[in-house]
Design a protein around this ligand. Structure first.
Ligand SMILES: O=C(O)C1=C[C@@H](OP(=O)(O)O)[C@@H](O)[C@H](O)C1
Ligand SMILES: C=C(OP(=O)(O)O)C(=O)O
Length: 431
């Protein structure tokens, strides 16, 4: 993996924010479960989206990639014939894995899920508990993703914790409408990442699937439903837009295009957080820009509903006056890396003042960051992108080790970074 030296510079210009990875996963899955030809527009071929495309192809869907759209031949019926003994490579994508496991159990046969990086360490017990109850055969290895499942899922009542990953709930929501029986999902704890469940429900509705949401505590799912194929455009991604809005907050001037102000994406919360920190957010229909008022101020942030924007928000807090407490963020430890520990150690190397607690971080703002050090992405795209943005407020250059992991969600990140004035060169560590 490569290293990149970044020279501090002011970032300025306009950017089309890439399509929402979360919505693209969902639209591709729904299209592939329909029985029509669907075109999904505004697709970016990040590693995670490629994983979902290939996974749905393994299950029998026919997906043709064009420059920025995919054509999906919904082959719901054919999945029945083609699913036998499939290997499904999820690469590092938690969404692909947790969405596809229950979908693969729609029909007879076995599937083997493999992947890379931290994926084998991310929790799956929620599904194992369901398999145990339903006599679905499974085997797995510790810490390495090599999960074999065999059996057919039956409808009924599913009790699922809401504080491990919402992706289990989404996975079941995709699958249960296609079973013969009616089902109910009961959420047994507070639901974190609620907006991701809402995104699933929205895309399901767009594809003709009806689910009754009882206050995010119970979901009632009628069986024997059909996905209605349709064309779909994926909207811009707030978790990626957040990098540039936060860049604005720390003194840059980037206009973000293709961010829908009416979006259901939970990471839109970045707007409210930045407003509380003294940033004016100017939002027109599809364009958003942040303008910092005099001084950034500290605030109190609950990260339970928007885990993906916490690394970049932490970097803004690191440069705000006073103490910012970011709470309910324990689940950041079970992402591509332990993001709480990674963001604390890497920003502190740059001169920030952050203390990591079990389920929160305390950030004491400083005026400037020093730089002049090597920092590590921990092979996590959101850590790499955070470090690149925050370099604009360092006094001296920084080197980011393993920067190319951005391909997981935003392969053109550094191309866009250059477009807005970022200055970087490939670097051999120790050079
Ligand atoms: O459903 C989704 O698209 C996602 C759900 C969230 O995960 P958790 O529910 O595990 O927090 C989020 O962190 C992830 O990047 C994408
Ligand atoms: C955690 C992420 O994705 P996933 O859970 O799909 O791997 C992410 O994109 O930050």
């Amino acid at each position: 993996m490569g290293n990149l030296k970044i020279y501090p510079s002011k970032l300025k210009g306009e950017l089309k924010i890439p399509p929402s990875k979360s919505m693209a996963h969902r639209a591709i899955i729904c299209a592939a479960l329909s029985d029509k030809l669907c075109r999904i527009d505004n697709i970016d071929y990040s590693d995670d989206i490629i994983a979902t495309i290939e996974a749905m192809k393994s299950l029998g869907a026919i997906i043709t990639k064009h420059e920025d759209c995919v054509e999906v031949v919904g082959v719901y019926k054919d999945i029945q014939d083609t699913r036998q003994n499939k290997v499904i490579d999820c690469n590092e994508s938690g969404s692909t894995l947790r969405f596809l496991v229950p979908i693969s159990l729609l029909f007879e046969g076995s599937s083997r899920f493999i992947g890379r990086g931290n994926l084998g360490k991310r929790p799956l017990t929620t599904y194992y508990n369901i398999f145990d109850k339903q006599n679905i055969k499974y085997s797995f290895e510790k810490d390495i993703l090599n999960l074999e499942v065999e059996g057919v899922l039956k409808g009924g009542t599913f009790e699922v914790e809401g504080n491990v990953s919402s992706q289990f709930i989404s996975g079941l929501l995709f699958t249960l409408p296609l079973l013969k029986e009616d089902s109910k999902i009961i959420i047994t704890t507070d639901l974190e990442s609620k907006s991701y469940v809402d995104l699933t429900l929205k895309v399901l509705k767009d594809f003709g699937i009806e689910i009754i949401n009882k206050n995010h505590k119970e979901f009632i799912i009628r069986g024997n439903q059909k996905y209605e194929g349709r064309n779909y455009r994926v909207e811009g991604d707030y978790s990626q837009g957040a990098f540039f809005l936060c860049a604005d907050a720390i003194g840059n001037e980037i206009l973000c295009k293709d961010l829908n102000i009416d979006s259901l994406q939970g990471d839109k919360e970045v707007i409210n957080i930045l407003r509380k920190m003294n940033v004016d957010i100017i939002a027109k229909k599809n364009e958003i820009e942040g303008k910092r008022r005099k001084k950034l101020k500290s605030t109190y942030i609950d990260g339970s509903q928007c885990p993906d924007i916490i690394p970049i928000i932490t970097s803004v807090a690191a440069l705000a006056k006073g103490k910012t407490e970011i709470v309910n963020v324990g689940r950041l430890r079970i992402k591509e890396c332990d993001r709480l520990s990674a963001i604390t150690s890497e920003l502190n190397k740059l001169g920030a003042n952050i203390i990591e607690k079990e389920d929160s971080i305390i950030v004491e703002g400083v005026d400037e960051l020093e730089g002049n050090v090597e920092v590590w992405s921990h092979k996590d795209h959101r850590i790499a992108m955070t470090l690149a943005i925050v370099s604009s407020r360092c006094k001296k250059p920084i080197v980011i080790k393993d920067y190319d992991c951005v391909s997981k969600s935003y392969p053109k990140f550094f191309e866009d970074f250059e477009k807005i004035g970022g200055i970087s060169v490939e670097w051999n560590v120790g050079q």
